[in-house]
Design a protein around this ligand. Structure first.
Ligand code: OGA
Ligand code: NI
Length: 360
């Protein structure tokens, strides 16, 4: 019946909307052109029913143990990161109640009225704050996501004006989470080095002092999307970080990882933290530990909330393959780079892999 059909979107809808949430609330059956992925071998049809990836689970409490179980877990870590670049961390020291609280503050923030969220709104020439991702090129395909992007470290890059005061415990809960992740980040950089039979500080030395390294939090909110076959929550990318910690939605799947040219779904494991290698650890490990190309698919039924925290080496640090990993059989794969993030975004928004620019 005519009355039940949604109104057609106005032609200029893309320029009117700076939030995907608002777009989705209008309940159109179509998505605007600028969100549509076309072409490619799959003909632009995004497949949400990809096979499930068997993401290894790693018990962090075992990684420092000299026992046979500990040695075995370290081997498992190395092979997981070589196989798919990520693992589900268990025994990470954070309680279920605490992780639920973290998810809750994120949900509450995105559920606030638009006017309230816009108090923390990103401005046109800035990355930080609430809103959609920056549009850097007219060819850029837009992502079906609103996000809150916050610099957490170094201290002088922290801009509290973007940190929500509502919900009232938002700032405290985030600070506490990042304090815990800082320890995990150091712990894992050491474990990764040991897993490759390297001196345990060699990745940490490249990563730099925690005062100069940067930590960024990205709260992702993916509204339900009328055309999951055409739009992506986040287009394919590898992370610019050394290590990324992703707290997935407890119920709704959406993340996919590319492996051997095929997309795989990453399962939801409610109280594990998904850890993935970023491009900078792939570079340091001369390509042995892989930064997985991943994307987020949408669905037409449910919204999805995730929190990604990126640990990024200080911009003055030289990042390059550790000498001990280079030999005749394994020649140097990457050039040494400083301030990788600055070359990253331009490539990324054009759908290219920034790390390829460093290949030898
Ligand atoms: C990211 C990312 C995945 C997700 O923010 O870089 O890949 O599932 N997020 O939200
Ligand atoms: Ni990512």
């Amino acid at each position: 019946m005519a009355e039940s059909l949604p109104p057609p979107p106005p032609a200029n809808i893309e320029s009117l909307s700076n939030s995907v949430q608002e777009l989705s609330e209008k309940r159109y059956n179509e998505v605007p052109q600028r969100y549509i992925h076309k072409g490619g071998s799959s003909g632009g049809i995004i497949c949400a029913s990809a096979p499930l990836l068997d993401v290894p689970s790693i018990d962090l409490s075992l990684l420092i143990s000299p026992s046979p179980a500990g040695v075995n877990e370290l081997k498992k870590l190395q092979s997981a990161l070589n196989y798919c670049g990520c693992f589900q961390a268990t025994n990470h020291g954070m309680s279920n109640i605490y992780l639920d609280k973290l998810r809750q503050v994120s949900k509450e923030f995105f559920a606030l009225p638009m006017e309230e969220k816009q108090k923390y709104g990103r401005t046109a020439d800035d990355i930080e704050g609430y809103g959609t991702d920056s549009v850097l090129s007219e060819h850029q395909i837009l992502d079906w996501t609103d996000r809150l992007y916050l610099n957490i470290s170094p201290e002088d890059k922290k801009r509290l004006e973007f940190w929500p005061e509502n919900p009232q415990n938002f700032r405290g809960v985030l600070e506490e989470y990042v304090m815990k992740l800082k320890n995990l980040n150091e712990f894992l950089l050491k474990a990764m080095a040991r897993s490759l039979n390297l001196e345990e500080n060699c990745f940490l030395q490249q990563y730099g002092e925690s005062e100069s390294a940067s930590i960024v939090a990205r709260f992702n909110f993916y509204p339900a999307c009328p055309r999951p076959d055409l739009a992506l929550g986040v287009k394919p990318h590898g992370d610019a970080s050394a290590i990324t910690f992703l707290l997935q939605d407890k119920e709704v799947e959406g993340l996919q990882v590319l492996k051997d040219d095929q997309w795989f779904r990453v399962p939801v494991v409610p109280y594990s933290i998904l850890v993935n290698v970023g491009d900078q650890v792939e570079i340091m490990s001369n390509g042995i530990l892989k930064s997985p190309v991943h994307r987020v698919v949408t669905n037409s039924e449910e919204e999805r909330n995730t929190l990604a925290v990126f640990f990024i080496p200080g911009s003055e640090m030289e990042i390059g393959p550790v000498e001990k990993l280079i030999n005749e059989e394994n020649p140097r794969m990457y050039k040494t780079v400083k301030d990788y993030v600055s070359i990253y975004f331009q490539h990324y928004q054009l759908g290219k892999r920034p790390i390829d620019a460093l290949k030898i």
